[in-house]
Design a protein. Structure first.
Length: 363
């Protein structure tokens, strides 16, 4: 195996710490061609589709990638923002704000964002951090709840990148923050403010992205962490078990997925006489096609058509100050022990190294 050449290590340069905020990904444009490229990468990940390649490849390339891109592109077009894909817009803003908030707390770090699928890739952003002198990198996946299909896939990609690098930086990865008080507090504040503006519905539905049911029996903690988030959010809001419900959305294929399913649940509730519902998606850090199209359009229509009278979608945390402060606190906790704050000592170290080099010491 050959390793990529690295610039000579500069002993006179103070160490740089990088933070890489990673989200799932998005097509570059709401077109069939761009969506096909995105889906091909996404659905080729064995972490996402746990089916033997020999069985899955003909289905993916012979059926799905021939029919689904055009359908998905129309859905992306319906939620596309002026600046681009909502998920990309919000993730970019989060990274920029995270850099500023960490700086306000005295941390000298370089923050970049990446997408597990699509652009900018994890590898390209890790290269950019290394080029800026980063010898330590904290990887912060934007997934509050751990899943092998999301968080572990990010870990896989970071490891793949490191296999081809000679000088691998010290790495830390945030696995989860589903029960972090700041994250729960940010969610609760968004719900309270929504209630103040719009009034409170009869039921609060918390919809998380679905996973095949077999992942639970195979040991994936995702289902349990979603339920924990739902319980903690309900407690923060003072809700009884009868006042909220946790559901799972975005089913794919014919296999059984985590239950109860979001849209069928909404239809059933409306059929039983429920007139109003508030819905929040706590597992998504940024609004995207799964929240804006699948929930705020499709699920809304399903509930109202089944007899409901008021459907209120509570947006994701996106770039809310409480959200970015929560991410800042989480990052800060995982940065402990790395020299990010003590700027005077770093400057003194750099001066001593520069003096040593000037005196003839080896670099």
């Amino acid at each position: 195996m050959s390793f990529r050449p690295e610039p000579p290590f500069d002993h006179g340069t103070a160490p740089v710490t990088g933070v890489l905020l990673v989200n799932l990904g998005t097509p570059e444009a709401p077109t069939a061609a761009a969506t096909r490229r995105y889906l091909a990468q996404f659905l080729s990940d064995p972490r996402v589709i746990e089916i033997p390649k020999a069985a899955w490849w003909p289905i993916l390339h012979g059926i799905i990638l021939r029919t689904r891109p055009a359908q998905s592109a129309k859905k992306y077009a319906s939620i596309w923002m002026k600046e681009g894909s909502p998920l990309m817009v919000w993730t970019t803003r989060q990274a920029r704000l995270l850099q500023g908030y960490l700086g306000e707390r005295g941390h000298r770090v370089v923050v970049r964002h990446a997408m597990r699928y699509g652009s900018p890739s994890i590898a390209s952003q890790l290269d950019a951090l290394r080029a800026s002198g980063a010898t330590r990198v904290l990887v912060l996946p934007a997934y509050p709840q751990y899943s092998a299909a999301t968080t572990a896939s990010v870990i896989d990609e970071v490891a793949r990148w490191s296999l081809t690098r000679r000088h691998v930086p010290e790495l830390r990865i945030v696995n989860r923050y589903h029960d972090h008080p700041r994250y729960i507090g940010a969610l609760a504040e968004s719900v309270r403010q929504h209630w103040e503006r719009e009034g409170r519905a009869e039921l609060l539905v918390m919809s998380f992205h679905g996973m095949p049911a077999r992942t639970l029996t195979l040991g994936d903690p995702y289902h349990c962490e979603c339920l924990a988030t739902g319980r903690l959010l309900a407690e923060a809001l003072g809700l009884s078990p009868a006042q909220y419900k946790v559901t799972f959305q975005s089913r794919f294929g014919k296999a059984r997925w985590l239950e109860p399913y979001t849209e069928p649940t909404l239809k059933a509730l409306a059929g039983k006489g429920l007139k109003s519902v508030d819905l929040i998606c706590p597992g998504f850090s940024s609004d995207c096609i799964e929240t804006l199209e699948e929930i705020d359009m499709e699920a809304r229509t399903a509930f109202l058509t089944a007899g409901g009278q008021r459907f209120s979608y509570i947006p994701c945390l996106n770039d809310r100050p409480t959200h970015v402060r929560a991410l800042t606190t989480i990052a800060e906790q995982h940065l402990q022990g790395w020299p990010t704050q003590d700027a005077p000592e770093l400057d003194a170290l750099k001066r001593r190294r520069e003096a040593a080099v000037a005196a003839g010491a080896p670099r």
